[in-house]
Write a protein that binds this ligand. Sequence first.
Ligand SMILES: N=c1c2ncn([C@@H]3O[C@H](COP(=O)(O)OP(=O)(O)OP(=O)(O)O)[C@@H](O)[C@H]3O)c2ncn1[C@@H]1O[C@H](COP(=O)(O)O)[C@@H](O)[C@H]1O
Length: 124
Amino acid sequence: MADSLDRLFAAVLEARDRNPSVSRTSKLFRDGVQKMAKKLVEEAIEVGLDAVQMNRESVVLESADMLYHLAVIWAESGVTPGEVMGELDRRERTYGIAEKLPKHAGAAQLRRMSQLGPRRKAVS
Ligand SMILES: N=c1c2ncn([C@@H]3O[C@H](COP(=O)(O)OP(=O)(O)OP(=O)(O)O)[C@@H](O)[C@H]3O)c2ncn1[C@@H]1O[C@H](COP(=O)(O)O)[C@@H](O)[C@H]1O
């Protein structure tokens, strides 16, 4: 998945400066972050609705659209897929530690063990 996202992100960056009349990606960059955010939210809603309707095939298609629009938002925000993957890795390590703690462990102990910042939730 990380490789696919990296390639998608690179394609988005490459399309950014194309002619907006031939590239919808370029047009999205021209339209700005509010339009990008609107598209991302629309796709997320579509994924959720398709899941509720148990339309498995549409969940796949709309998820791919959502990831594309997420890649656009990352590019606009100066965020790289590597940073997001790094955060996923960090959480994997953190929650791996949290899972090994006794259930009655307090929040302070969880924070110490997981090295999370004070405003981060260690477990939900
Ligand atoms: N991966 C994608 C990709 N995924 C989804 N989409 C577009 O996002 C749309 C989904 O959003 P919507 O459902 O809102 O689209 P819509 O119904 O046409 O709505 P409007 O945007 O017209 O309002 C799809 O119809 C696709 O056109 C993508 N458009 C481009 N890419 C990749 O982005 C790169 C640059 O492509 P260009 O934008 O063509 O330069 C290429 O590598 C492409 O493969």
